[in-house]
Design a protein around this ligand. Structure first.
Ligand SMILES: Nc1ncnc2c1ncn2[C@@H]1O[C@H](COP(=O)(O)OP(=O)(O)OP(=O)(O)O)[C@@H](O)[C@H]1O
Length: 440
């Protein structure tokens, strides 16, 4: 290991690196010391335990090589490099990256702090890493999975806001994972050990909404034979998730606003003022700003709930995640039973669909397909026909060397009969499918 730092005024001496690492030893989080030329100078025990691998020595190696298997710094490989930013700002920078770890790819939060000498020159950096538990970058049995840039952007926002008490507004089409994200916000917050209470605001009438949310006293209305706590009370010390907040009728919006602003409420038929203690997460697929302009959503409520909006990407904008999602769902469906797999033709077709129903639709298509996959392999013939206009890209460009992402059909240079055989379907089925997609 060489602590000689070319191009900086006052490189860290080996004894200084040693002092630094003995200081970092007391940190429970994995930490490494880097020189300004990306070389790893030292690592604490927590790092060695979580990220060290006996087959791959890391001291003296470039950080981008160890964490990303890149040959060039992250910014030259199309990613944000925290060292560049920390150098420019002369202060800490934090990013979410996917790192190679001994367990496989993982989302890791990286915080880089420069160490400055008396003259303000950067002598080294301390990097702190924490594995993100709210989502998985490899197939997983539960929770959020994803690793595309669009997904990572939403995840990075979640990681930022979760530890605070700020309300979160999740925006996205149906089936994009709003409820899963809401749960992940809760589980990543200090309230994780408290309750997570879901309120489905769609289809609740005004009176029902009020008694569901605030509870009611005995005798408050016909049928109220006992006192019933509301969902706000149930969420005490935890998180209240208002799903489809855009569906709340205007008359109820004012009651919700009062609850959020004052932190107090009364049960229906009650006189006692109760104090609420929840963190608010709301979600909608509706255009709230537009609804506000049309007078359908209260402006004051909107500004209360929208302090931290997170836009969840539709599946068609994160097609890179489709294989990972499929592998996760097949792993979940096959747990304890026979192993399920998917062949290349079917995978390619699923990667090219437009998915108006997003991840929920993908999961349902796989649920159905596995019932037809007698030998445990999902093939194109087990998938429902693609509805008109629901392909993101043509599945069969004319030339095998097309520049579009290489779907199996695109790389197929043979005849239609050969392609049908290759996909394991009859020529007639292939013709029917191509016709359904306007390609024959
Ligand atoms: N990133 C993801 N990783 C794994 N599963 C996901 C992901 N996103 C969504 N899902 C799955 O897709 C389905 C729909 O997700 P969810 O109910 O969270 O979506 P939603 O946006 O709340 O939908 P809606 O607006 O219709 O209520 C669920 O089964 C969920 O587990």
């Amino acid at each position: 290991m060489s602590p000689t730092l070319p191009g900086v005024d006052s490189p860290l001496q080996p004894s200084q690196v040693q002092s630094l690492i003995s200081f970092l030893e007391h940190e429970a989080q994995p930490m490494i010391v880097l020189d300004p030329d990306y070389n790893i100078l030292a690592a604490n025990t927590a790092y060695q335990r979580q990220f060290g691998s006996v087959d791959q020595p890391y001291i003296g190696q470039k950080c981008y090589r160890i964490s990303h298997h890149y040959d060039v710094p992250c910014d030259q490989a199309g990613e944000h490099c925290p060292m560049k930013k920390a150098q420019e700002m002369r202060g800490p920078d934090r990013v979410l990256h996917i790192h190679h770890t001994p367990r496989g790819p993982e989302h890791v939060e990286v915080e880089l702090r420069p160490i400055l000498d008396q003259r303000g020159a950067i002598t080294a950096y301390v990097e702190r890493l924490s594995v993100v538990r709210s989502a998985s970058a490899r197939p997983s049995d539960d929770g959020l999975v994803g690793r595309s840039p669009a997904f990572n952007l939403a995840l990075a926002a979640l990681q930022r806001v979760a530890p605070s008490m700020l309300p979160v507004l999740l925006l996205g089409e149906s089936g994009t994972g709003k409820e899963l994200f809401a749960r992940a916000v809760h589980e990543t917050s200090e309230r994780a050990s408290g309750p997570f209470v879901v309120v489905d605001c769609s289809g609740l009438t005004e009176t029902l909404f009020e008694s569901e949310l605030f509870g009611h006293e005995k005798g408050a209305f016909t049928g109220a034979t006992t006192r019933k706590p509301g969902l706000v009370e149930t969420a005490q010390g935890g998180t209240l998730f208002l799903d489809e907040i855009g569906d709340i009728p205007l008359a109820m919006q004012v009651k919700l606003l009062r609850l959020i602003e004052s932190g107090t409420y009364r049960r229906v038929g009650g006189v006692e003022t109760l104090h609420a203690n929840f963190r608010l997460v709301a979600a909608t697929h509706k255009p709230l700003e537009q609804m506000m302009a049309q007078g359908l959503f209260r402006q004051d409520l909107y500004y209360r709930i929208s302090a931290f909006p997170i836009q969840l990407p539709p599946l068609r904008e994160r097609a890179e995640d489709i294989a990972l999602l499929i592998n996760s769902f097949l792993q979940r469906a096959g747990a304890g039973k026979r192993k399920l797999t998917i062949d290349a033709g079917a995978l390619t077709q699923l990667q090219q669909r437009a998915w108006p129903g997003n991840v929920r639709e993908l999961r349902n298509v796989l649920e159905r397909a596995r019932l037809f996959a007698d030998d445990g392999v999902i093939r194109v013939e087990h998938l429902p026909a693609v509805p008109d206009g629901q392909l993101r890209a043509p599945p069969m460009p004319r030339h095998a060397d097309s520049a579009s992402p290489a779907p199996i059909a695109a790389t197929f240079g043979g005849t239609r009969a050969e392609l049908a055989a290759h996909l394991g379907i009859s020529e007639r089925t292939l013709y029917r499918r191509l016709k359904a997609q306007g390609l024959a």
